[in-house]
Design a protein around this ligand. Structure first.
Ligand SMILES: NC(=O)C1=CN([C@@H]2O[C@H](COP(=O)(O)OP(=O)(O)OC[C@H]3O[C@@H](n4cnc5c(N)ncnc54)[C@H](O)[C@@H]3O)[C@@H](O)[C@H]2O)C=CC1
Ligand SMILES: O=C1O[C@H](COP(=O)(O)O)[C@@H](O)[C@H](O)[C@H]1O
Length: 246
């Protein structure tokens, strides 16, 4: 990707994980509603993704978008996810199509499918369980945050089918720096290490695809999300496994 890559929500945790390993790999244009806390290494646009004009300007000459900005709280209220996650994602997708962007990588979430766990946990979080979600299943959110992520995926599908934008939705598990969550089986089953996170988003920027939904977790022994589609379509080759931290 020779053209600039717009990274929304760049100041957050996922943004930092991506930039930590891929800072030198792309010509980044960072966007966040929070100003940088120190001198940024890349072009930095302070803007809210619900501001159509600002997003349109930030999109100029961009070849690909990694869209992370949004309210990441599983307990986020409807008014916030409606504005930041649903309307904001629509604004970023519409601006991307208008600017002729080629690829769009959307930060979806495990919470888009959280209700599949009802009646099955905690068994599915354990190594011996063969239960897997693989990305072909319908969304089943267990909170309105998950609803907003399912809506983002559907918006991506729409912008792919109608406007031919290449879209990959990454249902990110639990990104934790250094080690998996402690005393939290669910979190260990869907741990995504910082280096696997950066590698996965790098794969999303390099691979060719039409519309995809993949799971973003490390190669954990405990898992109830399949990473086969991410391996197959994107060339994802994770290096970490929460079992190595037991
Ligand atoms: N961290 C995780 O384990 C997971 C994260 N995700 C998703 O990944 C994305 C990034 O999450 P994190 O980095 O953990 O969250 P974060 O809260 O650390 O970062 C989000 C960033 O987006 C910015 N932002 C929020 N609303 C905005 C708006 N309206 N306009 C412009 N900027 C805005 C915030 O200022 C913040 O810097 C989110 O969409 C979240 O739902 C999904 C699953 C797991
Ligand atoms: O989508 C997200 O998921 C992770 C993991 O969910 P949790 O319910 O196990 O905490 C969460 O930590 C993150 O904030 C959220 O954006």
């Amino acid at each position: 990707m020779d053209d600039p890559v717009l990274l929304t929500g760049a100041a957050g945790r996922v943004g930092r994980a991506i930039l930590g390993d891929l800072g030198g790999e792309y010509e980044w244009r960072l966007l966040d509603r929070e100003p940088p806390t120190e001198e940024p290494d890349h072009e930095y646009v302070v803007a809210d993704i619900t501001d159509e004009e600002a997003v349109r300007e930030a999109m100029e000459n961009v070849g690909a978008v990694v869209h992370l900005a949004g309210d990441p709280r599983p307990e986020a209220p409807w008014d916030s996810v409606l504005a930041n996650n649903i309307d904001g994602t629509h604004t970023v997708l519409a601006a991307a199509v208008e600017a002729g962007v080629e690829k769009f990588v959307f930060a979806s979430s495990n919470h888009a499918v959280g209700a599949y766990e009802f009646g099955r946990d905690p068994h599915i979080y354990r190594t011996e369980s063969e239960f897997r979600l693989d990305g072909t299943e319908l969304p089943r959110p267990k909170n309105v945050y998950g609803v907003s992520k399912a809506a983002g995926e559907t918006l991506g599908r729409y912008f792919h089918d109608v406007y031919d934008l290449s879209v990959v939705c990454v249902r990110i598990g639990n990104l934790t720096k250094g080690h998996p969550p402690v005393d939290y089986e669910r979190g260990q089953a869907m741990w995504l290490s910082y280096r696997d996170c950066a590698h996965l988003f790098d794969c999303c920027l390099r691979a060719d695809y039409d519309f995809e939904i993949v799971y973003g977790i490390s190669d954990n022994d405990r898992k109830y999300y399949s990473i086969e589609r991410a391996r197959e379509v994107l060339g994802y080759d994770p290096q970490d496994n929460s079992a190595e931290h037991d």
